[in-house]
Design a protein. Structure first.
Length: 199
């Protein structure tokens, strides 16, 4: 059954997507592209980054939905309603987290907007959901993905790829935060878990 679906192709596509996305976010690749294309403006590279992210995301999702697929399970009534409530709560928490950190920065379009429209990252975020986990956006995204009311082989492959991407991405993100905030982030890291809050 699994070999009659797009499961393996989607895993491969997820690997390629993650590699491309991470490469464009790399400082070394950014410098190389800037030299090759003669880019001296940060906004130009950010535009390239946003466009490639949008294009490859559309391609990746198209593969998930267009490849042959098969159902693994569907959550029955009445439990599906509980499932949907939890998913809706996760979606609301995602939006709240983005509002706290700056949704324009997350979308990568903050450099194109007037300064008064952009939330300035003056300090390390440690309030709100960041009091409980260091990566609330990733946590709520994973909850939303894995509590989908039905599971197919293609969705499973997408979820596996997305989970690995978010976990690996969090490692690189934390390295960037250590460079930016130094001991302040290291102390925060000691106190607050990455994904699963202390109970």
């Amino acid at each position: 059954m699994i070999f009659e679906t797009g499961f393996l192709w989607i895993l491969l596509a997820g690997l390629i997507y993650g590699a491309i996305h991470s490469a464009f976010a790399s400082a070394k690749v950014k410098e190389w592209v800037a030299v090759q294309l003669g880019i001296t403006n940060e906004k130009v590279y950010r535009l390239i980054y946003v466009l490639q992210s949008f294009i490859f995301t559309i391609i990746y999702l198209s593969i998930v939905f267009l490849m042959p697929d098969a159902l693994i399970y569907a959550i029955p009534l009445p439990w599906v309603f509980l499932n949907l409530v939890i998913e809706a709560a996760a979606a609301v928490c995602i939006v709240l987290t983005l509002l706290q950190t700056g949704i324009f920065a997350f979308l990568g379009i903050d450099t194109f907007l007037p300064k008064e429209m952009v939330k300035q990252p003056a300090a390390l975020h440690t309030s709100g959901f960041y009091r409980f986990v260091r990566h609330p956006l990733y946590l709520f995204s994973l909850i939303f993905l894995w509590l989908f009311p039905w599971m197919t082989w293609n969705v499973l492959a997408f979820n596996i790829g997305s989970t690995l991407y978010l976990i690996i991405g969090s490692i690189f993100e934390e390295r960037k935060l250590v460079r930016e905030f130094g001991d302040q982030y290291l102390e925060y890291k000691k106190r607050v878990p990455a994904f699963l809050p202390h109970f």
